[in-house]
Design a protein around this ligand. Structure first.
Ligand SMILES: [Zn+2]
Length: 140
């Protein structure tokens, strides 16, 4: 658990209105990592398969503040096709609609470390190119 994750004591239970049947509701306990208040599902209702727990978001923001990539744990516990927690990415990374296993998240992190090293090398090459450019223009 991340140090900045909200500390929650005891299970949080939300009573969610269901769109499937008028008047139907479902009490859902959140896993410890879920940071959603589920206000939308409680107030407006949801289809049971769409109910989703969300963990804290981890974002890569660029110099201007725009979000280049975000990732967070998510789980749709009532979706029979895929009930286990995954890391959901946006923009979607990978072949499974941006839903990654832990091995795929480790692989993504390794790719990003390699990319960061390539960016360091590119910045070094740029410094070299600019120095060479200044030197050549200064001697001509
Ligand atoms: Zn939840």
């Amino acid at each position: 658990m991340r140090a900045d994750a909200p500390q929650v004591s005891g299970p949080r239970v939300h009573t969610v209105r269901l769109h499937e049947v008028a008047g139907a509701a479902l009490a859902v306990a959140c896993p410890a990592w879920c940071v959603s208040d589920h206000r939308h599902e409680v107030e407006d209702g949801t289809f049971v398969v769409d109910f989703t727990h969300y963990g804290p978001e981890v974002s890569l923001r660029l110099a201007a503040g725009e979000e280049a990539l975000s990732a967070r744990i998510s789980q749709t516990p009532f979706d029979a096709r895929d009930r286990a927690p995954v890391v959901a990415t946006y923009p979607e990374v990978g072949a499974n609609n941006g839903r990654l296993t832990s091995d795929e998240v480790y692989a993504l992190a390794n790719q990003m470390r390699a990319y960061a090293a390539a960016l360091d090398e590119l910045a070094f090459d740029l410094d070299d190119a600019r120095l060479t450019d200044r030197t050549e223009r200064g001697t001509r």
